[in-house]
Every structure is written in C-alpha cells, then in structure tokens.
Design a protein around this ligand. Sequence first.
Ligand code: PAF
Length: 283
Amino acid sequence: MKILRTITEIRATVQAARAEHRTVGLVPTMGAFHEGHLSLMREARAHNDLVVVSLFVNPTQFAANEDLSTYPRDEARDAALAEAEGVDVLFAPEPSEVYPDGFATTVHVAGITEVLDGASRGIHHFDGVATVVIKLFGIVRPDVAYFGQKDAQQVLVVRRVVRDLNLDVRIEACPIVREADGLAMSSRNVYLDPDARAQATALSRALDAAHAVHDAGARDAAVIRTAALEVLDGAGISPEYLELRDAETLEPVATTRNDTLLAVAARVGAARLIDNHTLRGDA
Ligand code: PAF
C-alpha cells in the first residue's frame, strides 16, 4: 500500500489506473479506524480495481468548541489496518495541501443541512463536510465513494451535492456496524469511560424500542418517539435531538407512512454520539 501526501501524487496514481481502464473506489475518512471504516474498505475492495482511502481530519467541519485538537489520530495504526484490508493507496494530506493559502470556496447545501446535526453542531458542519468531500472527489475522481449510514444526514448531503452539481460518482451507503451490545461504532467511542460506555448502550436500545413499537403497528411519530425517549430517560440521557424525519427530505413527519429516519444525538460522558434507524414505510 502506498501512502501519498500530495494531490500531484494521488492524481498521477489514479490517472495511471484509469489509463488501464481500472475502476477507482474511494473511502473518505478522518482516520481512527474501527470496524465501520473497515467494512467500507472491504466493500470498496470487493467492487473496484484501485481502492483509495483518504485520511484527513477536516478542520472546517469542526466548530471552535469541538474536538478538532483531541480527535484521535494514529496514522501508523490506521495504515496497518488499511493495508490488511487490501487498500492500494492511503491518501493522507497535510491541511495546507487541502486548504492552501487563499482558499475561498465553500459548498453549501440548503435545507437538509439546517436540521438535526446542522442545528446541533452549527451550519458550518455540513458546509465543511460538503466542501471537503467535493474536493476529494475532484482530486481522486472515483467511480464510487463509500460512506457509513451512521452519518445518515451526511449521506443525504453528499448525495444531494452529487445530484445538484452533476458529479460523475456513485455514492454507496453501507450499514451501521455495531458492538455486540448494540453501540454504533464511532471513532469518538474512545472518549467513553467505563460508566459512560455502559450508559451509551441506551442510544441503540432506545432506537430498538421505537423500532419495535413501529413494527407492532404504531405510525404516530409522537408515540414512536416516546418509546425511545423512555429508554433514554431511564439511562439518564437527555438527547440533543431525537427526531423522526422523512428519510429523503428530512422534513419532520407526524406519521410514518414513508421511509422515516429516526435519528438521535446525545452527549454521553465526554463523547457526543449519534445513531439512527430507518423505519420502512408502508408503500
Ligand atoms: O465521515 C467522516 O469521517 C467525514 O465527515 C468525512 C466524510 C471523511 C469528511 O471529512
């Protein structure tokens, strides 16, 4: 596996592959790999000739009060894990390579970025995500890019940018990977001390409880939400948000006739965690 740091190098590598009609899969990441990332790499490996993983802790998607400086970083460990998955190239640029002096462009997706994590973390968050992802697409020019469904809103934002800007890349969203007790895997789980780690299982239990109520026939969003809230209350967790929204438009829903995203974010100990389920519609 090659580790490349410059746009010139990665472009040359991808262009050489394209000249041989090889397909290119990209897994954009911020490192601190866990099974969720590795599942994306496996999917990319299974379906592409050249697999590129980008490792870049993108400063523009963090607010000033967030964990940019403490975000877990261990490139040597990440490189070993990626290599073991058969990744061909780890693209790990410096911030100055991605954002050189004079950088002045921001990609903003209206509407769907203003709710859920956009409301909680601030509008800059998805501007930062959309901008860096479009830059990565421009640099690597993949045929397919792989994202985790844990960041369901991020997947919608990326799909919308690709559609609106007519970008020639297919977006694959891969299932959430969970610990044995249900906790969604996240690089931020390392912030959890043992008590918080135990408490954090309430997020997936809350979603399971709401999902069970939906599966039992409930369609009233308030009823479904209450089932999840009871579990969070029982664990002493007050969510930043716990919402049911249309799975495509992110409009709030009162009844779950169409596919509905049930999404939660909460601070547990030192970590801010997110999780979600999709409740399948009747149609
Ligand atoms: O999901 C992430 O790790 C990041 O938001 C991404 C897509 C790599 C952009 O920085």
